[in-house]
Design a protein around this ligand. Structure first.
Ligand SMILES: NC(=O)c1ccc[n+]([C@@H]2O[C@H](COP(=O)([O-])OP(=O)(O)OC[C@H]3O[C@@H](n4cnc5c(N)ncnc54)[C@H](O)[C@@H]3O)[C@@H](O)[C@H]2O)c1
Length: 266
C-alpha cells in the first residue's frame, strides 16, 4: 500500500454519476484524500448508498457529514442548477467538479437506421450534459486552484464504433480546450480523462468487461479505481500546470494493438 495522499483536505468536490462505477470510485478516492464530496446522480438511492458507506466509521462523530447525495439529472438544466446550488449552499465553496455521468445508449449506427432522436439523445447526455454541469458550477469554483475533470472515452480519440457516443465524447476535448483558455485567467483548470474499457455494470450484458482484455497491451481491462486515480491527480494541485488536455487512461490500447493479438509489437 502506497503513501496515503491528503490532497483534498478542506476542499469540496461535486461528482456527477457517483452512484455507480467510475463515479462512485472517484467519490471514494476524493473522500479518502480528505474532500467533502457531494455525490450527484439521477439514481439518488444509489448515490445515497455510496455516500452512507463513505461516512461510515468517520472518526469524529461531531464533524459535519463529508459525503452527501443529491438528485441530479444532467439532461435537465433545472435539476443540474439545483444540485450545484445545493452543494454550494451546504459547503459554501466548490473546489473540484467531476462530471462522470454519461454512457452509451443502444441504437443503430449512422448508416444502419439511426434516427435524429437517437443521435440527439446520446449527444445530449454525453456532451450537452457535461456542458450544463460546467455552466452551473464554474462561477462557484475556487479562484485558488479550482479544477474541472470531465470523463470522456477512448472512443472520442479513435474509432471503436458507436458513432454518436464517440462524437459526443470527442466534443468534450474541444470543450475542455476552449474552456481552459477562457477560465485560465480565473485560475480554474479543466481536463478530460479518457478511459478504455473499465469493469463496471455497463459490461454486464455484453459478456463482462474481461472479454475486451486481449485488446489491451497491459493485459487487463481497467478498474474504476484506475480512472479515479487519474481524476484525482488532475483535480488536485499535483495537476496545477495541466489544463486543456485529454488524458487517456487506457491500458495502452491507443498506443497500438496488444501483442497478444498477433505478432505485432515484437
Ligand atoms: N465502463 C467503461 O468501460 C467506460 C469506458 C469509457 C468511458 N466510460 C464513461 O465513464 C462514465 C461512467 O461510466 P460507468 O461505466 O461508471 O457507468 P455506470 O453505469 O456504472 O455509472 C454511471 C452513473 O451515472 C449515472 N447517470 C446516468 N445518467 C445520468 C444522468 N442523466 N444524470 C446524472 N447521472 C446519471 C448513473 O445512474 C450511474 O450511477 C460514463 O460517462 C461513460 O461513458 C465508461
Amino acid at each position: 500500500m502506497g503513501r496515503v495522499l491528503e490532497r483534498f483536505a478542506g476542499r469540496v468536490a461535486l461528482v456527477t454519476g457517483a452512484g455507480h462505477g467510475i463515479g462512485a470510485a472517484t467519490a471514494r478516492r476524493l473522500h479518502a484524500e480528505g474532500a467533502a464530496v457531494v455525490l450527484a446522480d439521477v439514481d439518488l438511492a444509489a448515490a445515497e448508498a455510496v455516500a452512507a458507506g463513505l461516512d461510515e466509521g468517520r472518526e469524529d462523530e461531531r464533524e459535519d457529514s463529508r459525503a452527501t447525495a443529491v438528485a441530479c439529472d444532467i439532461t435537465d438544466p433545472t435539476s443540474v442548477d439545483a444540485a450545484v446550488a445545493d452543494a454550494v449552499r451546504r459547503h459554501g465553496r466548490l473546489d473540484a467538479l467531476v462530471n462522470v455521468a454519461g454512457g452509451a445508449r443502444p441504437h443503430p449506427g449512422v448508416v444502419d437506421g439511426m434516427t435524429d432522436d437517437d443521435w440527439a439523445g446520446t449527444v445530449d447526455l454525453n456532451l450537452a450534459g457535461p456542458m450544463r454541469v460546467v455552466r452551473a458550477a464554474a462561477p462557484h469554483l475556487s479562484r485558488r486552484g479550482g479544477a474541472i475533470v470531465l470523463v470522456g472515452s477512448v472512443n472520442g480519440l479513435q474509432a471503436f464504433g458507436d458513432e454518436a457516443y464517440s462524437a459526443a465524447k470527442a466534443g468534450l476535448s474541444s470543450l475542455a480546450q476552449n474552456l481552459a483558455v477562457r477560465l485560465g485567467p480565473d485560475r480554474v483548470r479543466i481536463n478530460v480523462v479518457a478511459p478504455g474499457t473499465v469493469r463496471t455494470r455497463v459490461w454486464d450484458g455484453q459478456g463482462g468487461a474481461d472479454v475486451m482484455a486481449p485488446l489491451y497491451p497491459l493485459g487487463r481491462v481497467g478498474e474504476p479505481e484506475d480512472i479515479a486515480a487519474a481524476v484525482a491527480f488532475l483535480a488536485s494541485d499535483d495537476g496545477a500546470w495541466v489544463t486543456g488536455v485529454t488524458l487517456p487512461v487506457d491500458g495502452g490500447v491507443l498506443a497500438g494493438p496488444s501483442a497478444a493479438l498477433g505478432r505485432l509489437g515484437r
